[in-house]
Structure formats: structure tokens, C-alpha cells
Design a protein around this ligand. Structure first.
Ligand code: 4AD
Ligand code: MG
Length: 431
């Protein structure tokens, strides 16, 4: 018995092979039975002919239902009607388990029903495709970093302090040590790592107790934080661009089937693999106002502003040099204007929003302390972070990529909840 995966059928034409999987669909007409088998790697039409199987096996196969699990043996051949694809001429079928009536059918289901059945919904073709793109994006990011001298440096999830402000922290009791918090970003720890390893990254789940019920917010999401010693603001943006363009090329090269299933505009992705635009925050506000937005100079960009800003731009846009009041305490002030910081947000085209937040970090001990005091931060929790500015401080920069935001853009998925196996949002923790 030669066991193969659906993805490999082309290499076994004319040979007897065995495949294992689930029934995507089944129909019969007279002495013919058509089973669409899926096995995780792809789908294959299996054609059973009653005289070949014998009456008993054929009748048993007819009892297979949608999502039943099975083992099929047969001979792969070119598909009778669809050139370039294959089908299996079945010799035998064995069911493993006959599935009960499957709750996800062909009719339209609302998002709430689908999310409550997320454990089953992930089998649907579009969800399968998005999850495979997620896998590709994840490893493309790691590949690029590994090939560009970044060392993986895992940051803790249980932390004694906030990285991105205290308003979105998930809190828990930590034995006799008082409160601990779920990490919002590993950045502050990565800053320690560069002083040992030069360039580092982490990649894992982070948490934000964010009351935002939008298509771009999860309470648990995956972030890749990268940090590099001796890299300043402009070079950091170049690193981000190189990384993202590598991801685009890798997704295009490896996920053609998935992008087709999702009806993703591949030409738009190809067009995004070109030099990114850079605008200062001030220029962005002026531009938005010229387009009719009522946004003011000291403000953060809303979702509608991000759409307006990137309209007609095939490439993502960096918004840099933000007013210091609306950015995190650790960002380095702009030497040309102390009211601004050397931070940047990377905004994806087509309304997919901010995919990266990054900055050069304040490396001067006293300036950093001044910012922390101004923000009334509990200084005793951050002594270790301030220490980095006492023992061989260097200019350095870093950034955090939101994996689900990037996957949403690559796959053309409207809502971020479909880009992670089990989304966590303010109103959803099940399943
Ligand atoms: O811009 P953010 O908050 O930056 C940081 O956390 C920095 N400490 C990162 C660093 O410099 N190492 O978050 C980074 C990215 C955002 O650009 C966005 O893509 C994503 O994380 N993100 C979210 N994704 C899903 N749901 C949320 N609630 C998110 N909040 C941020
Ligand atoms: Mg941000």
C-alpha cells in the first residue's frame, strides 16, 4: 500500500496509491459515485464505479456523508474535464467514521454562528487557505530575519510592567509578588537582548485589553518584535520595507492556490513589492485635510484616515515623526524638533491599516527618565530598562509586526478574526 498526500498525486499517475482524509462533498448518479476528498494538503475528486468496487463496497461508500473520514485506494489519472488537474479512479473505499449531519452547509451562515463553530469552520476552503497563508507569512518573517543576522530572543509573557501604556493591560495575581501583566509587546526585553546579541527578535502571542470592536483588533494576537543595535530611524524603516517585500514575494511564490481560492488580487500584491512611501505625520495630516478630513495636527489616525491616506497607493506608506504626546515613552525625540519623536507606523494599502509600529529608542538616560516621570510611570519597575542607558548605551531601533494584520492584507481577508485559528475578542472567548 503506497500512502500519499493529495498534493503529490501528479507524481503517481497510473500507480495504485492510498489516501486518507475527509469527504468534502459526495454525490452519486447511477453506478457512479463522486467523492471530493480533502486531506489537509489539497482536494481530489475520487470516482468510484460500482462494477469495480462490487455492490457491497459501493453501497457502503454511498453511505458516506459530508466530513466523514475515510481511506481510499485507487489510480490517479488526468481529470476528464479539467485540464491540468487529476482525479482518482477508485478501487476501494473504507470509511473510518460516518459524520453526523454537518452543521456548516452550503447556505450562508452569519459570522456569529461561524465563530461559535470555529473548531469546524477552519475546515472550509477559505479558512484553510488563510491559515496556510498565515503559516507562510510566519516562516517568511523568520527566514528573512534569520538570513539578516537577527537572533531569536524569546521575551516573557508574564511581566511586571507595561510596554505600551497601562490602559490595555490584562492583570493577574502573581503569588506573593503582587500583580503581573500579560505582555503587550516584548520590545523592552528585546532592548536588553541587543546589548548581548546585536540584533534580536521575538515572535509570539501578546495581549491587549482593548475595548475596540473593530475588524482590526484582537485581544490576543501575535507580534514579531525586532530590535537592532546601532540602527537609526531611517535604516530601521529600510529594514521593515525589505522584510515586508520579502514576505510579499514569498506569499506570491508559495500560495498561488490559496490566493486563488480567496480571490485575492495578485497583481495588487505584486505592485506592493516596490519602494514604500514615507510621509511625516504633519504631511499626512495636511494631505488628509486637503482631501476633506477634519483631522487635526495633534491627532492619531483613525481607520477612515488610513483608508483615505492609502487610496490609490499600490505600496504601503510609512508615517513618521509623530507628536510625542500620542506616542510611547520610549521613542527618541527628533533632534530637529523636540516635540516630535522618531517613530513610524507602516500603513498597508486598501484599508488593511497599520501593520507595523516602530521607532528609534531614546538612548539617553536622563531624557528617558524625564519622559517616564512626565508620564507618571512607576519608576521602580523599570530600573532594569533604565540600566541599559547606563552601561554602554547605543543608538538603536526596533519595530513590531502584527502578524494577523499582515496576514489579513496578504490574503485579502476583511476581518482579522479569520487570520488566527481561535480569535480572542472582547465578546468572544469560545471555543
Ligand atoms: O504599534 P504597536 O502597539 O507597537 C508596539 O507594541 C511596539 N512595542 C512594537 C515594537 O516596537 N517592538 O503594535 C505593533 C503592531 C501594530 O502595528 C499592529 O499591526 C499590531 O501590532 N497590533 C494589533 N493587532 C491586532 N490586534 C490589536 N489589538 C493590535 N494592536 C496592535
Ligand atoms: Mg501602533
Amino acid at each position: 500500500m503506497k500512502l500519499i498526500f493529495v498534493k503529490d498525486v501528479a507524481a503517481h499517475l497510473g500507480e495504485e496509491v492510498t489516501l486518507r482524509g475527509w469527504v468534502r462533498n459526495i454525490r452519486h448518479s447511477g453506478k457512479l459515485l463522486f467523492i471530493i476528498l480533502r486531506d489537509g494538503t489539497g482536494e481530489l475528486q475520487c470516482v468510484a464505479f460500482q462494477p469495480e468496487l462490487g455492490e457491497e463496497m459501493f453501497d457502503a461508500a454511498k453511505r458516506l456523508t459530508m466530513e466523514s473520514s475515510l481511506i481510499v485506494t485507487g489510480i490517479p489519472k488526468p481529470h476528464q474535464k479539467l485540464a491540468g488537474t487529476f482525479e482518482l479512479s477508485v478501487k476501494s473505499v473504507k470509511s473510518i467514521q460516518i459524520a453526523e449531519e454537518y452543521p456548516i452547509g452550503k447556505k450562508e451562515h452569519g459570522p456569529d454562528f461561524l465563530l461559535s463553530n470555529r473548531h469546524l469552520w477552519i475546515r472550509s476552503p477559505k479558512q484553510w487557505a488563510v491559515l496556510r497563508i498565515r503559516h507562510t507569512v510566519y516562516y517568511a518573517i523568520c527566514d528573512w530575519l534569520n538570513n539578516n543576522d537577527f537572533i531569536r530572543f524569546d521575551s516573557p509573557i508574564l511581566t511586571p510592567n507595561a510596554c505600551e501604556g497601562s490602559t490595555t493591560l490584562f492583570e493577574l495575581e502573581y503569588f506573593d509578588e503582587g500583580k503581573a501583566y500579560l505582555s503587550q509587546s516584548g520590545q523592552l526585553y528585546l532592548e536588553t537582548g541587543i546589548m548581548s546579541l546585536g540584533r534580536v527578535y521575538d515572535f509570539g502571542p501578546v495581549f491587549r485589553a482593548e475595548r475596540s470592536k473593530t475588524r482590526k483588533h484582537l485581544t490576543e494576537f501575535w507580534m514579531m518584535d525586532a530590535e537592532a543595535a546601532f540602527v537609526e530611524h531611517a535604516e530601521s524603516m529600510q529594514i521593515q520595507e525589505d522584510l515586508i517585500r520579502y514576505v510579499i514575494r514569498d506569499v506570491l511564490a508559495k500560495c498561488d492556490t490559496e490566493l486563488t481560492i480567496l480571490e485575492r488580487d495578485k497583481a495588487a500584491l505584486e505592485a506592493a513589492d516596490a519602494p514604500f512611501k514615507i510621509m511625516t505625520h504633519r504631511e499626512a495630516i495636511d494631505y488628509l485635510r486637503s482631501k476633506g478630513s477634519e483631522i487635526t495636527h495633534g491627532s492619531d489616525l483613525g481607520a477612515a484616515d488610513e483608508v483615505l491616506l492609502t487610496e490609490g497607493s499600490p505600496v504601503p506608506i510609512f508615517i513618521e515623526k509623530w507628536p510625542k504626546e500620542i506616542k510611547a515613552f520610549y521613542m527618541k525625540r527628533d533632534p530637529d524638533n523636540p516635540d516630535l519623536v522618531l517613530g513610524s507606523d507602516l500603513i498597508a494599502p486598501d484599508g488593511f491599516g497599520e501593520i507595523i509600529g516602530g521607532s528609534q529608542r531614546e538612548d539617553d538616560h536622563d531624557l528617558l527618565l524625564e519622559r517616564m516621570k512626565a508620564e507618571k510611570m512607576p519608576l521602580e519597575d523599570y530600573q532594569w530598562f533604565l540600566d541599559l542607558r547606563k552601561y554602554g548605551s547605543v543608538p538603536h531601533s526596533g519595530f513590531g509586526v502584527g502578524l494577523e494584520r499582515l496576514v489579513a492584507w496578504m490574503s485579502g481577508t476583511h476581518h482579522i478574526r479569520e487570520t488566527i485559528p481561535f480569535p480572542r475578542m472582547i465578546y468572544r472567548i469560545y471555543p
